[in-house]
Design a protein around this ligand. Structure first.
Ligand code: XMP
Length: 511
């Protein structure tokens, strides 16, 4: 899997994950490593090429991140982006200067398209520039291959040593054809073949897990979410019944979801599954509680307690499986081993589950790669493309205190909403959509009868990062159908409203 590797030295730029993604989109495996990685380690990893990322520092700044000079003697092609280019220049004897004013935005760059890095481009191309420092004079052996009105060296090369530098950011979407620059580096300069595909990842990963774990035992907390599901299936394909999965069903999942998880993992994948039906326990603890944060805390703590009780019955295991994915690894600090991922933020895994080592089979993958691996392993599409679901589940979608009756009302209403969205083919465009049981009762009329019942709110948002989002403009006819079905089919609901607030100022969840 990793015989063709591009190393990405992280100098703190905001687009570093994107660079790794773009390289992988070209079917070349890439890894982000700290900028001060040792030469020995680089040699061990034996990369086909190295990319220096951008970063906020100035090469002359005190304590600015620097790499070892010997890196330029390895004979491995290097592409320096922004700060990476300036650093290469600085270390190799060119000069870097500070402009009076920052150059920012999509800027026309005049280029020398005979360069292997810029082959296939027009003489002038728009690229995203974002810098104050710039390369004033190029190091010995380097040649200018691109400039803008205010930046004399927007691209440089030393073809003999296979060193390249660009001031612009080819990895961001605004850079038209940016991907082509990366492709040129990978295929014209590093001579990559681009044979990294996710299918081979799955097979090789299973093989490696087999070798690592042998006939020892592993334990996995399964939530039914994408990451833990894919991790569990990989492990099960590697070690079969030596894997035990504990699925704590807190009863706050969506309609039928607990049974679906069980059906998939027990029947379809024949996994050693312990399902703990703990709904009563959770509802008892939650009785009378209205405060959202208290609800979260209670669920988190209870979750850990149930998991521990089950794990204790199993006794010592050799490996604890975690569904950590690559963005978690990068965000939790490179070079350090990643913090144990909290079980979908509900409070972290228990300290005293008895295990010897953590195994994280997905730590090299981005989310979309995890999904592709899931499909490759035969996990059903509806699970692989499941929308995000909060760890505390429906508890934070019932405003006010939680009862079994309210849970059933919400499950039914939510299921109708999801069914109609899917029927209308909108599920691929709306990133998260669900029903909320408000704490509001209002007067209605049904037949000749006056009713006094609950209000259901529908929430649907379009977002890429879930940090911001806009409410989805679902066609009126669909909303009408959902509303009419909910009031007709779900007892104790006589009014349906649609949430037309974006995030910010509102959050996606109501609690
Ligand atoms: P908000 O409501 O903050 O939600 O706009 C952003 C995203 O996070 C999810 N979310 C949670 N996920 N535990 C989770 O695992 C939680 O306590 C939690 N609260 C919100 C929410 O569903 C949305 O995708």
């Amino acid at each position: 899997m990793k015989n063709e590797l591009i190393l990405i030295l992280d100098f703190g730029g905001q687009y570093n994950q994107l660079i790794a993604r773009r390289v992988r989109e070209c079917n070349v495996y890439s890894e982000v490593v700290p900028y001060d990685i040792s030469i020995e380690k680089i040699k061990q990893k034996n990369p086909k090429g190295i990319i220096f990322t951008g970063g906020p520092a100035s090469v002359y700044g005190e304590g600015s991140p620097k790499c070892a000079k010997e890196i330029f003697e390895l004979g491995v092609p290097i592409l320096g982006i922004c700060y990476g280019m300036q650093l290469m220049t600085h270390i190799l004897g060119g000069t870097v200067a500070r402009a009076n004013k920052r150059e920012y935005g999509t800027i026309d760059v005049s280029i020398d398209n005979s360069s292997p890095l810029l082959q296939g481009f027009e003489k002038t191309n728009g690229f995203l520039m974002s810098h104050t420092d710039y390369v004033e004079t190029v190091p010995k052996g380097f040649k200018n291959i691109g400039f803008t009105e205010s930046c004399p060296n927007a691209a440089i090369q030393n073809t003999e040593k296979q060193l390249y530098g660009i001031q612009f950011h080819p990895e961001v979407n605004h850079s038209m054809n940016g991907l082509q620059v990366i492709k040129n580096f990978l295929f014209n300069i590093c001579n990559c073949t681009g044979d990294w595909i996710i299918a081979s990842f799955a097979q090789e990963s299973i093989q490696k897990l087999k070798e690592k774990i042998g006939d020892k035992k592993a334990l996995c907390a399964l939530s039914g979410g994408v990451d833990s599901s894919v991790a569990a299936v990989l492990l099960s394909k590697a070690i079969g019944k030596n894997l035990t999965c504990i699925f704590v069903d807190h009863g706050l999942l969506r309609k039928n979801e607990g049974d679906e998880v069980e059906e998939i993992f027990r029947n379809q994948f024949d996994i050693n599954l312990i399902r703990v039906n703990a709904k009563d326990r959770f509802l008892e603890k939650l009785a009378g509680i209205s405060d959202p944060e208290t609800k979260r805390k209670i669920i988190g703590e209870e979750f850990i307690r149930v998991f521990e009780e089950e794990a204790k019955k199993i006794g010592t295991v050799d490996f604890l499986v975690q569904g950590t994915i690559y963005p978690d690894v990068i965000e939790s600090g490179l070079g350090k081993s990643s913090v144990i991922k909290s079980h979908h933020n509900v409070g972290g895994l228990p300290d005293y589950v008895d295990f010897k080592e953590i195994v994280e089979p997905l730590r090299d993958l981005f989310k979309d790669e995890v999904r592709k691996t899931g499909l490759e392993l035969g996990i059903p599409e509806n699970l692989v493309y499941r929308q995000p679901f909060p760890g505390p589940g429906l508890a934070i979608r019932i405003i006010g205190d939680i009862t079994d009756d309210k849970l059933n009302i919400l499950k039914d209403a939510d299921s109708i909403f999801r069914e109609e969205i899917a029927k209308a083919g909108l599920h691929k465009n709306i990133n998260q959509y669900f029903a909320v049981l408000t704490n509001l009762k209002s007067v209605g009329v049904m037949g000749d009868e006056r009713t006094y019942d609950y209000t259901i709110a529908l929430r649907a948002v379009e977002t890429t990062d879930f940090m911001t989002g806009v409410w989805s403009k679902i066609p009126y006819e669909i909303l009408e159908k959902v509303s009419s079905r909910i009031v007709n089919e779900v007892k104790h609901v006589n009014r349906v409203v649609y949430d037309i607030t974006s995030k910010p100022p509102a959050t996606i969840e109501w609690e």
